[in-house]
Design a protein around this ligand. Structure first.
Ligand code: C2E
Ligand code: CA
Ligand code: CA
Ligand code: CA
Length: 275
């Protein structure tokens, strides 16, 4: 029994050692990737659902990993958060996205400028230099503050609400809007919408993709759109994949949306060809 116990212990230990090695490798890979600029920004159009005009884009990061190929955020964002590299990664993404949209907007002199929406991990909102960092990026890239929207999830609001509220009001005072991401999936409190003066409400794709088959989802989507209108907030439907879904959202008077029906997230070169 003793031997078996020890054997088991060592198997467990070996697995742990392997996991530690895996994480260490990823960590050094991530550091190298930040230095060598292996991260690439993909852009997904956010569309005016009534006119089909492109309103702007959401910046979604990809990792061109030299061995593992193109990786989506699910493969590395959680680890980057855990080892404290997410803020650096986000700044690289935001810098590149702002620079790109500034260039696109230069050629749109007589049309409304595109708005770029960036995802900020919850970690940023309790850090002290968020507003300075954003201001620096706007100054460096020349992008006007109303062209930048920051997307955050409800979890970011939970940790230190007082501190987060101050950060958000500072962002607002320099003209930057706020989108509440994945709305309806977290610990949503309707009071957040008011308290943090949210500008956009992103309706989670889980509702959009079931609203035509499940009456409850439909009611949730309908009600969220009514709520957004009543509070003077723009609703943005996520994950629109079919003409039927678009049609439903148009009937519900949802102003904005994004999804594979319009376009997948694409590199800047490819996005340029569709507008
Ligand atoms: P999210 O912010 O909710 O982004 C929407 C996700 O849905 C994206 O996945 C997008 O590619 C995908 N999507 C868009 N339209 C459709 C559709 O019609 N159907 C389906 N099935 N999916 C659609 P992606 O790019 O894999 O990103 C996953 C998550 O990673 C994002 O969720 C966001 O939370 C996070 N993320 C992405 N880029 C960044 C970043 O630069 N910084 C941080 N902190 N997080 C990021
Ligand atoms: Ca988002
Ligand atoms: Ca989302
Ligand atoms: Ca999400």
């Amino acid at each position: 029994a003793k031997t078996l116990g020890r054997g088991r212990y060592e198997v467990f230990n070996e697995t742990m050692r392997e996991q530690v090695r895996f994480i260490q490798k990823l960590e050094s890979d991530l550091r190298r990737a930040l230095e060598r600029k292996e991260f690439q920004v993909y852009y997904q159009p956010i569309v005016n659902l009534q006119t089909s005009a492109i309103h702007g884009f959401e910046a979604l990061v990809r990792w061109n990993h030299p061995q593992r190929g193109l990786l989506t955020p699910g493969h590395f964002i959680p680890i980057a958060e855990e080892i404290g590299l997410i803020t650096q990664l986000d700044w690289q993404v935001i810098q590149e996205a702002c620079q790109q949209v500034y260039r696109w907007n230069e050629n749109r002199k007589n049309r409304p400028p595109f708005v770029i929406s960036v995802n900020l991990s919850a970690k940023h909102f309790t850090e002290d230099n968020l507003v300075e960092q954003v201001t620096k990026i706007l100054n460096e890239t020349g992008l006007e503050s109303p062209c930048l929207k920051i997307e955050m999830t409800e979890t970011a609001l939970l940790e230190e609400p007082e501190k987060v509220a101050v950060t958000i009001s500072q962002l607002k005072s320099i003209g930057i809007g706020l989108s509440l991401d994945d709305f309806g999936t977290g610990y949503s409190s309707l009071s957040y919408l008011h308290r943090f003066s949210v500008d956009n409400l992103k309706l989670d794709m889980s509702f959009i993709q079931t609203m035509n088959s499940e009456p409850q989802s439909f009611e949730i989507v309908r009600t969220m759109i009514v709520l957004a209108h009543a509070l003077n907030i723009n609703a943005i439907a996520e994950g629109i994949e079919t003409a039927e879904q678009l049609n439903t959202l148009q009937h519900l008077d949802c102003p904005l949306g994004q999804g594979y029906y319009f376009s997948k997230p694409l590199p800047a070169e490819n996005i340029q060809q569709i507008f």
